[in-house]
Design a protein around this ligand. Sequence first.
Ligand code: PEP
Length: 256
Amino acid sequence: MAHVTIDTMKAVVVANWKMHPQTFKDARKLFDSTKKAIETARNVSVIVAPPSVFVRELSRGYRGRIAFAAQGARAELEGAFTGDVSLAQMRDARCTYAIVGHAERRARGETNEDVAAQLKASLSLGLSPILCVGEKERSSDGTHYAFIKEELRSALSGIKPSDIKKILIAYEPVWAIGAVKPMTSRDMHEMGIFIRKCVVESIGDAGMDVRILYGGAIDQNTARPMIEEAHVHGLLVGRASLERGVFVAILESLSA
Ligand code: PEP
């Protein structure tokens, strides 16, 4: 069965379900409501990242335009890594995308080197990486810029400039993930310019075309303003992707 590739000319919304829901029955309901919502949200492309155990069954027989992503997986093809899954296995389960470097995995010990290896493994397996970067806190002296620059440099070093078209960069300030409010669209606009500059420094002029997403506390009221005012290509959504009504409202707001 073919893997789904999304239309990245449209606004991209990545639904990161994290370790939710508890049962496959509820995962099926959530996926069904997302499928229904996307029928009318023609201007939006959706990537769903369910827990790995649900992906194969959700994708079975599905022929629509929602793509699947791994939430995080190892670069090694297989091996003695009890409890983990590999990017190759997620590709085999019909994922087309792979979130790499999510803050919740970095907090559990994934290093910049691990993230770089996962990014390269994703590309070589034909998965498009969604590279997450973001500082833990902001200081008035701007040290967070150096932090983001290093996360980008280490992840992108050695990639072919032509591969940048396959990569989405999700800027997710750790302090905004799970927070009440997202960062301001003005600050995100500034960060987007900085990220593009860093990518150009790393891989050359091809980096101008990099597609940047924002993630952190987005809901149905903040989704559209963030895309329009911060000039980002899309959003990575955590909690709001689990509340069926809210996620539908996000997609509708972007399609209006
Ligand atoms: C995330 O987990 O990447 C995220 C953006 O979460 P939330 O939308 O819940 O802040």
